[in-house]
Design a protein around this ligand. Structure first.
Ligand SMILES: [Zn+2]
Length: 358
């Protein structure tokens, strides 16, 4: 019901293959606990009779979500339906683990003044995460950090930690533009390049916490060299820093401004980056055949500047009819990434996958 919205008992019984008495007992319990409410009716298409709807009572629970970047903390509180009800953000004082955990606890404490009933916490960051342990984080330079346990200890909240792209993909699949879809690809561009996958209705988690690596697909073997030494891979064109380097710009905003002003060199560099993005989208879509592809990230100005070249890259790589590729763009906002931390907390709390204090 979190994913599909208000639903009739008959529909839930059919979808979950539950007997009516079993469903009635479960629904009664959830209504008594304040998690579900009854209200509204819809006409059942099969019988034409009105059917009462159950819906999630969002305000029944609250969740704390955090997104960490290399130098910033973004925090939100959401209700049970992942609706943001409070937010704050603050620069990190340092990247030291104890200091960052302390700042997470401070943010939780501040937000708890208005929402003392927090149920669980979810923290997301770029990097490799397995079972609540951060095994590698390029921007914070962490390795082997048991972050879920540390945050649980510092906040007293059951806590889940995941890679930020994985968490955002799952949030879009439960509460966003991909709600309830059987298959979904989310691609993020900007400081990094990420790729999250939903297949057969489930987030693909991989065996080692490194699923969805698509940044280094080769686009043109005579192209520039990326930090890993590949010639002409997508990252060598597409990363914000690749664009800045190719133009000798002061920063990404400067590069975007030059392209917007019509500078021919800037238009070409953004065009090449757009083509590389199209190759990633087309190649991943070939593998997955997704219902939808969502594009987001701090590098989205690239798509606005070079959408035609993105389409060229898709046409070059995607084998089926491009008309069946449903590409959507999700505006970039760090608050949205923090919300996906809260969505992670909701999912983990419901599936018993948080880390708690013993
Ligand atoms: Zn590369």
């Amino acid at each position: 019901m979190l994913v599909h919205g208000p639903t009739s008992r008959a529909e839930i019984a059919a979808r979950r293959q539950l007997s009516r008495p079993t469903l009635s007992r479960i629904a009664r319990q959830l209504v008594d606990d304040g998690l579900l409410a009854e209200g509204g009716t819809e006409l059942r298409s099969t019988t034409g009779r009105p059917s009462e709807l159950l819906h999630v009572h969002g305000a029944a629970r609250h969740f704390f979500g955090v997104k960490l970047t290399g130098d910033h903390l973004y925090a939100v509180v959401t209700d049970l339906t992942a609706e943001v009800v409070a937010s704050l953000d603050t620069p990190l004082r340092s990247a030291a683990v104890a200091e960052v955990v302390g700042q997470i606890a401070e943010a939780a404490s501040t937000l708890r003044a208005a929402f003392p009933d927090l149920t669980a916490a979810g923290v997301t960051l770029a990097g490799t995460v397995r079972s609540g342990v951060v095994h590698g984080s390029a921007y914070l330079h962490w390795s082997g950090v048991p972050l879920a346990g540390l945050v649980a200890e510092a906040t007293g909240l059951p806590t889940a930690v995941d890679n930020d792209v994985q968490a955002l993909t799952a949030a879009e699949h439960w509460f966003g533009a991909g709600a309830g879809l059987r298959s979904l690809v989310l691609i993020t561009i900007g400081v990094g390049i990420g790729c999250g996958l939903v297949l057969n209705g489930e987030l693909v988690e991989g065996a080692h916490g490194t699923v969805g690596r698509a940044a280094h697909l080769v686009v043109d073997q005579s192209g520039p060299v990326c930090d890993l030494g590949h010639r002409g891979c997508a990252a060598s064109y597409l990363l914000n820093e690749s664009i800045v380097r190719a133009l000798g710009a002061t920063d990404y905003a400067d590069a975007v401004a030059r392209a917007q002003a019509g500078d021919p060199a800037a238009r070409r560099v953004f065009g090449d980056a757009g083509f590389a993005l199209g190759i990633i989208i087309g190649t991943v879509a070939n593998l997955v055949d997704p219902r939808k592809v969502l594009l987001t990230g701090d590098g989205l100005p690239l798509y606005e500047l070079a959408a035609d070249r993105v389409r060229d890259g898709i046409a070059k790589s995607y084998e089926p009819d491009p008309a069946q590729l449903d590409l959507g763009v999700r505006a970039f906002d760090f608050g949205e990434w923090a919300r996906s931390g809260a969505a992670l907390a909701i999912r983990a709390a419901l599936t018993g996958r948080t880390v708690s204090l013993r």
